[in-house]
Ligand binder design. Structure first.
Ligand code: 4AZ
Length: 310
């Protein structure tokens, strides 16, 4: 694309997205990053309406995430290794690709980031969960939230669930369409044993903690990968999509005996509830049901403008 055309596009984009002061690239992620979950397939528009892309202005797409509410995104703590400054991040909602020019997609600024206190900022740490509070609430037409499980939800090994994301692929594929992959849940003890097969550096150490969940295949070949992390692992339970996992880590991707490891969401539903309650978004102006500035100001102005009318 000619440089000046690109500049006009960028300028328009700034205006359309409300201009947060930082010039954003047209497509999140460079072609070398764009790709697929390994062994997955293209998702259809609207099939996973809670899926979001967490982006940094300079680097583009860094992680997946899921909408659980009009202002809340669930993602992984390790997505914020670079910085905890909310101003650096944006969330892209409603897209099938990473293109910022995609119709029906929205780019929203981040107000705040809440990382679970158990997360230790190291590889394969417990507590790999974070909540992102958006700067402006989404309209009901812009998204559908995913359901959260009960704290005691039994996650039976063999249940086939779905992982989605724009993460890395083995192939150098330029397509950046959201990928989906069906993965069976695995028994944690079996998963622990698998990770110790030819895993001498792990000997004596527990790898799969109680807040982790494995999903995938003994033989490898199909898996989530870098760039999918933070995104959801969802199961269709009684015709509702329930998020049971957050893509977290693995040793490599799609290797035999190294299935994907996910944060076990039922272990954190109380923390999620508490964080949402303690950070209620009552200060969102027009969207607030409490009497916000508009609800007070309008009758006062009318009283002055129309003396005798009240
Ligand atoms: C990552 O680096 C990553 N195979 C995510 C998922 C998996 C491995 C690595 C699972 O973000």
């Amino acid at each position: 694309m000619e440089v000046w055309v690109r500049c006009i596009f960028l300028l328009l984009l700034q205006i359309l997205t409300g201009g947060h002061g930082d010039i954003l690239p047209l497509v999140w992620g460079h072609p070398r990053d764009a790709g697929k979950i390994i062994g997955g397939q293209d998702a259809l528009q609207g099939k996973w309406p809670w899926q979001v892309s967490l982006c940094i202005a300079e680097d583009g797409h860094i992680c997946g995430g899921s909408l659980i509410h009009e202002v809340w995104v669930l993602t992984a703590a390790h997505c914020f290794r670079r910085s905890l400054n909310p101003r650096l991040y944006h969330v892209k909602v409603g897209g099938l690709t990473l293109s910022l020019l995609e119709p029906h997609s929205t780019l929203v600024a981040v107000r705040d980031i809440f990382v679970h206190p158990a997360y230790l900022w190291g590889d394969a740490s417990s507590g790999d969960i974070a909540l992102v509070q958006l700067d402006t609430p989404l309209q009901p037409s812009q998204f559908t939230p995913v359901c959260l499980p009960a704290a005691q939800a039994p996650l039976s090994p063999g249940t086939v669930c779905w992982v989605t994301g724009w993460g890395a692929t083995q192939e150098r594929d330029l397509a950046s369409v959201l990928q989906e992959l069906a993965v069976p849940l695995l028994d944690s003890e079996e998963c622990e044993k698998m990770y110790h097969i030819r895993g001498s550096s792990l000997s004596g150490k527990r790898v799969i903690q109680s807040d982790m969940l494995c999903a995938g295949f003994v033989e490898g070949q199909k898996d989530s990968c870098q760039g999918d992390s933070g995104g959801p692992l969802v199961c269709d339970i009684n015709s509702s999509w329930i998020q049971v996992g957050i893509t977290s880590w693995g040793i490599g991707c799609a290797r035999p005996h190294r299935p994907g490891v996910y944060t076990r969401v039922p272990a954190y539903v109380h923390w999620i509830q508490k964080t949402l309650e303690e950070n209620r978004s009552d200060a969102y102006g027009c969207h607030s049901r409490a009497s916000g500035p508009h609800q007070i100001l309008l009758p006062v102005l009318l009283a002055f403008a129309l003396p005798g009318s009240l």
